[in-house]
Ligand binder design. Sequence first.
Ligand code: IVH
Length: 669
Amino acid sequence: MSKVTKTEYEKLKAQIQSWDHHYYGLDNPLVSDREYDVDYRRLLEMEQQHPEWVTPDSPSQRIGGSVLEAFEKVVRQQRMYSLDNTYNEQNIREFDERVRKIVGEEDIEYIVEPKIDGLSIELVYTNGVLTLASTRGDGLTGENVTQNVRTIRNVPLRLEGADFPETCTVRGEVYLERNALQKINEQRVQQEQEPLKNPRNAAAGSLRLLDASVTASRPLKAIVYALMEHESYESHHACLSAMKSWGLPAHKNVFVVKGVQSLVKCIHDQKVPMTQLPFDVDGLVIKVNSKKQQKQLGYTSKYPRWAIAYKYETEQAVAQIEDIVVQVGRTGVLTPVAHLTPVFLAGTTVSRASLHNKDEIQKKDIRVGDHVLVEKAGEIIPQVVKVLLEQRSQKSLPYVFPEVCPACMTSIVQVKDEVAVRCPNALGCPAQIKESIRYFCSRKAMNIEHVGPSLIDQLVDQGIIRDAADLFFLKRSQLIQLERMAEKSALNVLDAIEQAKKSAQLSQVITALGIPFVGETGARILASHAKGLDYFLNTPREEMYDRLVALHGIGEKMAVSVAGFCDLKQHRSLLERLIQAGVNPVVEDSHHHPHLQGKSFCVTGTLSVPRDQIKKMILDHGGAWVSSVSKNLDYLVTNEASSSSKYVKAQSLGVAIISEEDLMKMVHA
Ligand code: IVH
């Protein structure tokens, strides 16, 4: 090939980028496939000659690079929330009432979007170039899937236009269209593999592949439904338009309506059209359109108050109960589960249904052999709605709940004021031990990959481990003697444990302990107070209780539970051995800098570092980041006196106005 200049290369690259955008983003191809291929090949040749010219936004980077060992973890500043679900008109009206009450206005403007059943992702563009793509994970920590997302053709590697933020963070969904799923399944059946049951699993399975070149072979698509840091846009609709103008695949099928009447009408009107989209829609997402109102509404610990999902009618199916099996949870609670003849229900094959507890079985008189109506009411585990008595065999007998724990044969107890029955043998019951270890390793706790239920079963059954701390003392030799454990898998297990040991935050370790009444939020508060695991060993019970109840967000029940937990010998031993193994993350004091703790900051004008860095610093030091000025604001940070509305408002409200330098002094004081 003749010598090429960098300018020629850049020109060709820009041309192919534009063709890609027209083809994948706008569904409007500009050239024939043949023409495209010729130029694309020429681009590859140029890149072979000049590898130093290749940047992450080159169309060639969509093919997937090296095979990864594992996905890196990505910790984000702003949690990826999920949505509260509703199922009927009444629920929608209640949502509207709650919104109106807080906003204090009638006829709220809503925007209605399809809810695609896929996998949520976050994309970060730095100066317009895609630099990071991550999965939702537990909301705060996801997986770095940038290589894989680069292969998704309608995700631009570079944004168009010029008015995008320097750091542009968007969120959306990766999915497969129905046809694509069908094709993959036909192939799988031909190759005698199980067909994939639903688009969500298929999308997740295709995206979370360590070899991105395989992802590239799956026709994944993405849509974006949220723009983060959107201060300059007044409405969600404006954010969608802005994202579209930058070449991002924002939803097209959205509807803006005013007032609850029109909202309800829109939901009904869209029911059929939604089924005609090329992808599966499992409901609608309803969002308050005004960004100002969204801010007023804020978030609960799990959901935004300004958005809700409207899930389509739940499907029901008839199945026969083959058996009722009683499972023992990590706290000893016995849960009966119905084993069913497999039925296809709302996209998946169902063979289990939760029966909740002893009372529920009695109340519904559920018996082995019965035909029952099952449904998935938003929960993942299907529920038994009712027994079809007309199909009951005359021979069937009422179900008798066991009186001893099925795992350790200890007599079960009914705890006062609880519906649940428990196995009281916390220390010796293998089922409780296994479940506690599973919980310890789970995603919301220590997030240890490769240590799944069957490995834990083997390790406990063979007496190799007795509690979660023992995991950190596992040796290669103990692993490779297990069934189905090759050298490579053993190393993966040890690596995953080591990795979790190094990367777990204190709040994750506290969650992992499984202290009753302590969830993720409670664990975070405890972590910022305790600063290290030693706190739980070294603080006397009474003192711990007194200190904990004084904390904002920790109630009586949780304080009693934590102090009691730390007093028990087996828990103290667990904590001691965790520390001994090196699982002892500490929370840095700076996170609780007295000067920024409890103070709110708003920034206006240009500072010497980008806005998102300032924000991170403020949050890291315990301060709150606020995007508008109100009388509750503590400081407005700016480097120049100006006539900006924030400045004027802060002055008129008497809010302290400080410079960037003042802020730095506060941080480093
Ligand atoms: S908005 C804070 N919009 O549904 C608002 N979510 O439980 C968060 N989803 O995991 C989500 N389509 O990935 C939003 N148009 C849409 C969506 C959507 C699908 C997913 C999302 C999330 C789940 C909500």
